[in-house]
Design a protein around this ligand. Structure first.
Ligand code: BGC
Length: 755
């Protein structure tokens, strides 16, 4: 007991001195920022707010080679403060990045104030724009691990390898809260639950930044895309969203709030519009809520060309100059212009004519300078490869493998068709079975990820991972289908080979894509793939369907004919090895689905639906037939294992509380099967009656545990008052008196909130 008290005392003291140290560093930086700001001309200040793509500084006809004159023009004439993106043709080596960054840094050092250029990159699943980097699963797979510690470790590695590439700023995490499963960036998000998204957001921000100042192993993160992006009515990228503020506050905003508290240094703004106002033009969202209410003190950067688009696409500004005024006055600190200097020229004119006050410019520039100091760029803007011996190392690769292994989600396993047995003859087929492009998806080496097969040639595709495990001669293979083109000859070939196999591993899914090029008008799996699945199903051989896709493409036309379904999302460079280990039982699957997998295109209910969305579940009428309205193919949280887990003894410490109490919850979980396994314990809460229609259930806590066969663990959670609250029509978080139900697995307990 004495020891525990002493330990607690030591922890409190170290935390306090750590907080004081952070405060001291912050104060120092504030002094430096105001000193530097006081020396800057208006041109230098506006330059800091200007971000240009690196490809603008390439030599004509010489991709990847910096044109010294163009760079000089950008840095000396326009004083630009930031550069982004990857030089052509994509993914330089660490050494090449060093060359590029040295050239940029040398040019910045020739300026009057020697302010370093802040370089930003879309390193969204590892240092994904550096050749030889460790590539992790895409974010949707991270969510499926339900393991924030693992996710944090991945972000640390990603920060380390990005910094090894001399880049200090990543455009990650993606905190979008998508509402339409057709959206082309679902896989960049953490799925459909705000609590899961918040926990994962914090894990990524912690891993990237570690609340540190000046470490050469950490990067600044950039939460994106604030706010309401990916919630379009049509499901198409960058089309309008209609989201009441009450809803934005109850769901979307909570994810940002968590990441801001974790210390995220920057935020990128959504390219979309909400309720008719482009977010880049919304002072309410950017200044009133983000900066003032949430106290966000970091940098607000636009998305690609989005100030120009206020004029050319959204048409809320009559000229580019007007667009610049609207966006800067709304609260934008930096413009990803990024292909010309129009922002600089227009903003300078606006400031000179008094249409944008100097106070707004000073606020923006202070934020940018602060970030540069926090990243220690004034002293360290180019990395020394010797400091990063673990870049792309086996240790890092192992972490990416572990993450992929924990993300893979077993959705169905009829008659225990899985795990496979090494003595069985397997046919591997389907369009996703032999390419790295589909395992990695977009933002991999290049924007759309077209060249993964070249850059990751040494990594295993699904087919190669099978061949590696079983020997080449023991695996039958044909591609079976194209994503788009129907090819009967290929199907016949697959059917003929399947006759020689005892089981079929059918790999279906999607090609690589991101953003608008990934828009689709039909959520169903493509016809050519469905045709292959149905042809193989006629053979009556066990089929294991492997889904390798960024969003849930509908499979209800043939899912009943599949014996097993395994979702591997976009698992990255180590994903195929992890998948095959799961299929053979060397890894016991433990991923959980982070969204409802829809069955039909007109039935897109989320797991936390309202009661009116599932009304026909319990009601029948002699005169009318109801089509089940809530009937997802697989529900949020689904994830099977090769062992079984039994839940017992759900306990709560109070059955009545007042509005200051917490509730302690505990439950016992036993591995009742014969294999060691990992289990995610999910705690849902239902507010049984409320003045704003309550959800059927809402995820409030989770914890992933490991259990040996026959082992039992007690898992404890604490529910706080905030967990009982919702946003009312006055936009206030409130709770109301009444009963609540806690649900963990098949157990539940009620308690009463008294007022
Ligand atoms: C995307 C962002 C990305 C930015 C910079 C935009 O098109 O929407 O997610 O960070 O480009 O590459």
């Amino acid at each position: 007991m004495k020891n525990t008290t002493l330990l607690l005392f030591v922890c409190v003291i170290s935390f306090t001195s750590w907080s004081q140290e952070i405060k001291r560093k912050k104060d120092d930086i504030d002094v430096k920022v105001s000193e530097l700001l006081s020396k800057m001309s208006v041109e230098e200040k506006i330059g800091q707010m200007t971000q240009i793509t690196v490809t603008n500084f390439e030599q004509k006809g010489n991709p990847g080679v910096i044109d010294a004159e163009k760079l000089k023009d950008g840095i000396q004439t326009y004083h630009i403060g930031s550069i982004l993106n990857v030089p052509n043709p994509g993914a330089p080596t660490v050494a090449k990045w060093k060359e590029v960054m040295t050239t940029i840094s040398n040019e910045a050092n020739k300026t009057r104030l020697k302010i370093p250029v802040l370089y930003g990159i879309d390193a969204i699943h590892g240092a994904s724009y550096t050749a030889g980097a460790t590539l992790f699963p895409q974010q949707i797979g991270l969510a499926a691990t339900f393991n924030p510690n693992l996710v944090k470790r991945g972000a640390e590695i990603s920060a380390y390898e990005t910094r090894a590439s001399s880049i200090p700023w990543v455009f990650s995490p993606d905190l979008d809260f998508p509402r339409n499963p057709a959206w082309s960036r679902i896989w960049e998000s953490f799925g459909e639950d705000p609590y899961l998204s918040s926990r994962m957001a914090v894990a990524l921000v912690d891993g990237f930044e570690n609340n540190s100042f000046g470490s050469k192993y950490q990067v600044a993160s950039c939460m994106k895309h604030y706010l309401g992006y990916g919630s379009t009515t049509t499901g198409k990228d960058r089309t309008p969203s209609i989201i009441p503020e009450r809803i934005l506050r109850q769901y979307d905003l909570t994810i940002y709030e968590a990441a801001i508290k974790a210390g995220a240094k920057s935020v990128m703004v959504s390219s979309g519009e909400i309720n008719g106002t482009p977010v880049h033009a919304s002072k309410h969202l950017l200044t009133d809520i983000l900066k003032n209410e949430l106290g966000f003190s970091g940098v607000v950067v636009t998305d690609w060309k989005d100030i120009i688009y206020l004029y050319t696409r959204h048409k809320v500004a009559e000229t580019n100059r007007d667009a610049v005024r609207i966006a800067v006055m709304a609260g934008i600190d930096m413009s990803m212009v990024p292909e010309d200097f129009s922002f600089y020229t227009d903003l300078l004119d606006l400031v000179n004519k008094g249409e944008v006050p100097m106070s707004r410019i000073d606020d923006a520039v202070s934020r940018i300078l602060r970030m540069k100091y926090e990243l220690n760029l004034f002293e360290n803007s180019v990395a020394n490869a010797k400091d990063y011996p673990k870049f792309g190392s086996p240790e890092h690769i192992q972490e990416a493998y572990n993450t992929a292994a924990e993300s893979i989600t077993l959705l169905k396993n009829k008659d225990a068709v899985l795990p496979l047995n090494k003595s069985e003859k397997i046919l591997v087929t389907g369009p996703t079975s032999n390419s790295m492009k589909y395992l990695n998806g977009g933002w991999s080496y290049t924007w759309q990820g077209e060249n993964s097969d070249v850059y990751a040639a040494d990594k295993f595709t699904i087919l190669e991972a099978f061949q590696n495990k079983l020997g080449k001669e023991n695996v039958l293979y044909t591609s079976g289908a194209d994503f788009a083109k129907e090819d009967d000859a290929e199907i016949e070939k697959a059917v003929a080979l399947a006759k020689q196999a005892s089981k079929i591993v059918l790999c279906l899914g999607e090609k690589n894509y991101t953003e608008t090029p990934g828009d689709i008008s039909n959520l169903f799996m493509s016809d050519s793939q469905i045709k292959l699945a149905l042809a193989l199903a006629k053979l009556n051989k066990p089929i294991v369907l492997v889904l390798n896709e960024g969003r849930p493409r509908l499979i209800s036309d043939f899912e009943d004919k599949m014996n097993a379904v395994v979702q591997c999302y976009l698992p990255g460079n180590e994903g195929a090895r992890a998948l095959v280990d799961v299929l053979y039982g060397d890894v016991n699957p433990s991923g959980r689905l982070p969204y409802n997998y829809p069955r039909y295109p007109n039935s897109l209910e989320k797991y936390n639906r309202k009661y009116t969305e599932s009304i026909s579940e319990g009601e029948q009428n002699n005169d009318a037939k109801y089509e089940k309205s809530y009937y997802p193919q697989f529900e949020f949280g689904t994830g099977l294992s090769y062992t079984t887990f039994t839940y017992s003894n759900l306990k709560i410490d109070k059955t009545e509380i007042n509005d200051a109490d917490e509730i302690n919850v505990s439950v016992e979980v036993t591995n009742s099967g014969t294999k060691a396994g990992k289990e995610t314990v999910l705690l849902y809460l239902t507010d049984n009656f409320a003045s704003i229609t309550p959800e059927v259930k809402t995820l409030k806590r989770f914890e992933k545990i490991s259990l040996e066969p026959k082992e039992t663990k007690t898992v404890s959670f604490v529910l706080k008052q905030k967990d009982l609250q919702f946003v009312n029509n006055d936009l206030k978080w409130i709770s109301e008196k009444g009963t609540f139900t806690i649900q963990v697995s098949n157990l539940n307990k009620d308690f009463l909130l008294k007022k």
